[in-house]
Design a binder for this molecule. Structure first.
Ligand SMILES: Nc1ncnc2c1ncn2[C@@H]1O[C@H](COP(=O)(O)OP(=O)(O)OP(=O)(O)O)[C@@H](O)[C@H]1O
Length: 251
């Protein structure tokens, strides 16, 4: 493990017109750590990951990645330095094939998408990488399939392949199990357990099986503040968490 945290958030605050959404949020992820981020609807989870990945600026506080202050960097720059993100809503090109989606992501990652005629000369090595990236998530047999003809679970796996193809040090996943069946969710857990390697993970997810299966530690947000942080066992035994997150009955 490197000494510097992969991700460090210092005193993040954010308000919208409706009032404060995040207040004094501190968070540190060590290299290789897999962290679950949970909390009730509206707790501020998506806002926080938008601040981490650069889609939103905090009102105050700072974001550090591998020791570098990145608070003002664009989402594109953050992606280039090693922060990969999937979205709640899939951001795939449905009318394109699996191969085209992967090729496009790899070319974009290398900054080649703006000059396709030059990129074309470099396609041969990219094709091998496209095939490997598809194999990695079990989509090697459907490279030629149009994405919108595939079952949703496969589309989700492709979405994760696009993130992994960018070789990020930090993977941020926003509700990757949303909309998946039970079997697809188990496949997703297997996929992430085997394919994340030593990458650092920040996982926002409502499905607690997914959170408990994948997280070394869990942070609980409530009304924009960190309510608790600990191992899965500590979090499931924490009475405050059970009260606010799982409902009064659970406590
Ligand atoms: N662009 C925005 N403008 C105004 N209010 C917003 C905006 N984005 C989020 N909010 C509000 O901020 C609060 C936190 O939203 P956020 O989406 O971060 O919560 P969440 O924990 O991710 O919720 P969920 O689990 O439902 O996805 C909510 O009350 C939401 O309505």
């Amino acid at each position: 493990m490197s000494e510097l945290p992969t991700l460090h958030l210092s005193r993040i605050a954010k308000s919208f017109g409706s009032g404060p959404v995040l207040q004094d949020v501190n968070l540190s992820l060590q290299s290789g750590e897999r962290r679950g981020l949970i909390g009730p609807n509206g707790a501020g989870k998506t806002t926080l990951i938008n601040i981490i990945t650069g889609g939103l600026a905090p009102d105050s506080g700072d974001v550090f990645f591998q020791g570098q202050r990145i608070t003002g960097l664009s989402p594109y720059r953050r992606n280039r330095i090693g922060i990969g993100r999937s979205f709640q809503i899939l951001s795939l090109f449905g009318e394109m094939t699996v191969r085209e989606n992967l090729r496009n992501a790899l070319l974009r990652h290398r900054g080649l998408h703006v000059l396709p005629w030059r990129a074309a000369a470099r396609l041969a090595p990219i094709e091998d990488e496209v095939a490997q990236a598809a194999e990695l998530v079990g989509l090697g047999d459907v490279l030629k399939a149009r994405v919108d003809t595939l079952p949703y679970g496969m589309q989700r796996r492709l979405d994760i392949a696009l993130v992994l193809a960018q070789e990020p040090a930090l993977v941020v996943l926003d509700e990757p199990a949303a909309g998946l069946s039970g079997a697809e969710t188990r496949d997703l857990i297997d996929l992430l357990q085997t394919r994340l390697g030593d990458r650092t993970l920040l996982l926002v997810e409502h499905d607690m099986d997914v959170v408990y299966s994948l997280s070394d530690r869990i942070t609980v947000l409530d009304y924009g503040r960190v309510l608790a942080e600990g191992s899965p066992a500590e979090i499931s035994a924490n009475s405050d968490v059970r009260r606010v997150y799982l409902g009064e009955d659970a406590a």
